[in-house]
Design a protein around this ligand. Structure first.
Ligand SMILES: *Cc1c(COP(=O)(O)O)cnc(C)c1O
Length: 420
C-alpha cells in the first residue's frame, strides 16, 4: 500500500512552533518552510546518483544553501537562477556538476554567464546548439528531448508532445548531432521532463523513448536525467508516488544503456515540487468575514500576488484555520478570498475559475488561515501586483524560526522607478 496523506482543518503549530508566536515575530502574510520536511524528501531519493533540484520551485538562497549541504545540486533556467546558485555556493566544476542551465532559449545574459563560468547546458532547441557552439566550441552538452508525447495535469503544465514548446523534437536528434559536431560539441547527456510520476505505464513509455534516443546518440552518453514532475498529495487520500517502482524503471533503463555502451551512465532526477511543496505554509490573517447571498467569505490578507497556483491552474491547497482563542468550532462551508482588486483572487477555486467552497471551522476576524503544501511555486511565483509588498520567508531549522527573506518595503517597491 502506498502512503496517503490526511489534512486537518485546524492547526496551531508548524514544525512544533506555535503559529501565534511565528505571527508575533514575523507578521502576516508570511511563508514558513520546515527544513525537516525537505530533508526527508531529499533522503527519499537517495537511490538516484544525483538529485538535481529544479530551483524555480522555491529559489531562496538559504533553501539552496541547505539543499547543497544535503548533497543536492541544482538546475537553473535563467541568468538570475545561475546567480542564485553561485551565491548559494554551487560550483559548475564540481562532480556531479553543481549547476546545469536548462532552457529552450538563451537570453543574452544567460549565454554570457554559461560561457564565463563554464556552466554545462542542457539545450532545448537546435538554435541553442548554434548559439553556444559559436561562443564556446568544444564543450560537452546535454539535450532535452521531447519524445513526441506528454503527460500533465493541465494544458499549462504538459511538458511533452506536439503542443509543448519544450525540448528537441525526437526525430531531429540526428540533425542536432550534426550541428553539435560542426562546433565540436559533444552530447554527453539526455534529459526528458515529462512528469508522469504516478502513471508507471506511461513512465515505462518515457523510459523506452529515452533508451531509443540514447542509442541514437551513441557512446558519448554518460548521463541521463529523468527530469522532474514527481507529484505530492495536495488533497486528502491522494497517494504518494511509488518511488521504488519509479526508480526501478529508470534504473533498468540505465543498466541496459551501460551494458550497451560498456561504461557507467549516471542517473539524475530533477525534482522541484517534490522536495519543497510540503515544507511550505503560507500564513495569513482573516480581515473580514462576510456573507454574499448563500456564500460565506473569509477575506484574508494574502492574495494571488502571494500564491498564484489557484488562479493559474485551479490548484487545490489544503487549508486550515488557526484560531486565536481555543475551543472547538462548528464546520461551515466557506470561500477564501484575498485583498486584490480582481474577482479571481480566490484561493478556493477549481480549474476554469469557478468559485468553490471548503468545509472549515467557524472563524473570526483576527484568526489565521494557513494555506498548506505551498512551498513549491508559491513564493517563487509571487508578485507585486496591486503594489503589494512581497511577504517574508522563514525557515524553521532545529526548532528555530529564522528569517530568510525580509518583508518588502515601500523603498523596495519604488527603487527602480523613475519620473523623468
Ligand atoms: C519545472 C522543471 C522541473 C521541476 O518540475 P516539478 O514538477 O516541480 O518537479 C524539472 N526540470 C525542468 C527542466 C523544469 O522545467
Amino acid at each position: 500500500m502506498l502512503a496517503t496523506r490526511q489534512f486537518a482543518t485546524t492547526r496551531t503549530t508548524i514544525a512544533d512552533l506555535p503559529i501565534a508566536d511565528l505571527v508575533t515575530q514575523f507578521g502576516t502574510p508570511c511563508y514558513v518552510y520546515d527544513l525537516e520536511s525537505i530533508k526527508q524528501r531529499v533522503a527519499d531519493l537517495a537511490s538516484f546518483d544525483v538529485v538535481r533540484y529544479a530551483q524555480k520551485a522555491l529559489s531562496n538562497i538559504a533553501i539552496l544553501d541547505r539543499l547543497r549541504k544535503l548533497g543536492a545540486v541544482v538546475d537553473a533556467v535563467s541568468a538570475g537562477e545561475i546567480h542564485r546558485a553561485l551565491r548559494a555556493g554551487f560550483s559548475p566544476n564540481s562532480q556531479p556538476v553543481g549547476i546545469v542551465y536548462t532552457a529552450d532559449v538563451f537570453d543574452e545574459d544567460a549565454l554570457d554567464l554559461v560561457v564565463k563560468h563554464n556552466i554545462p547546458v542542457n539545450v532545448g532547441s537546435p538554435d541553442m546548439i548554434e548559439q553556444l557552439g559559436q561562443r564556446a566550441p568544444g564543450r560537452n552538452i546535454a539535450m532535452r528531448i521531447n519524445p513526441g508525447f506528454g503527460h500533465g495535469h493541465s494544458q499549462k503544465t504538459n511538458t511533452g508532445g506536439p503542443q509543448s514548446k519544450h525540448g528537441i523534437w525526437h526525430s531531429q536528434i540526428d540533425d542536432c548531432l550534426l550541428r553539435a559536431d560542426r562546433h565540436g560539441l559533444t552530447v554527453t547527456g539526455l534529459h526528458m521532463h515529462i512528469g508522469s510520476g504516478t502513471d508507471l505505464e506511461h513512465l515505462s513509455k518515457v523510459c523506452g523513448a529515452m533508451e531509443d534516443a540514447c542509442i541514437k546518440v551513441g557512446r558519448t552518453i554518460t548521463t541521463i536525467s529523468a527530469g522532474g514532475g514527481l507529484p505530492v498529495p495536495y488533497q486528502a487520500n491522494q497517494q504518494y508516488v511509488d518511488l521504488h517502482q519509479y526508480f526501478e524503471l529508470w534504473n533498468a533503463t540505465r543498466n541496459r544503456l551501460q551494458h550497451q555502451f560498456g561504461h557507467d551512465v549516471q542517473l539524475e532526477i530533477e525534482p522541484g515540487r517534490y522536495l519543497v511543496a510540503e515544507a511550505g505554509y503560507l500564513i495569513c490573517e482573516i480581515r473580514s468575514v462576510k456573507r454574499m447571498g448563500e456564500n460565506l467569505f473569509y477575506l484574508v490578507n494574502a492574495g494571488f500576488n502571494d500564491l498564484a497556483r489557484p488562479i493559474l491552474y485551479g490548484a487545490h491547497h489544503p487549508i486550515s484555520i488557526c484560531p486565536r482563542s481555543h475551543g472547538s468550532k462548528d464546520q461551515v462551508d466557506v470561500v477564501i478570498g484575498g485583498p486584490l482588486c480582481e474577482s479571481g483572487d480566490i484561493f478556493t477555486q477549481s480549474e476554469g475559475g469557478f468559485v468553490a467552497s471548503r468545509k472549515l471551522p467557524m472563524a473570526d476576524v483576527g484568526d489565521w488561515v494557513i494555506l498548506e503544501v505551498s512551498g513549491a511555486y508559491g513564493f517563487a511565483m509571487s508578485s507585486n501586483y496591486n503594489s503589494k509588498f512581497r511577504c517574508p520567508e522563514i525557515l524553521i531549522e532545529d526548532g528555530q524560526a529564522k528569517l530568510i527573506r525580509q518583508r518588502e518595503t515601500e523603498a523596495d517597491l519604488l527603487r527602480l522607478e523613475i519620473i523623468p
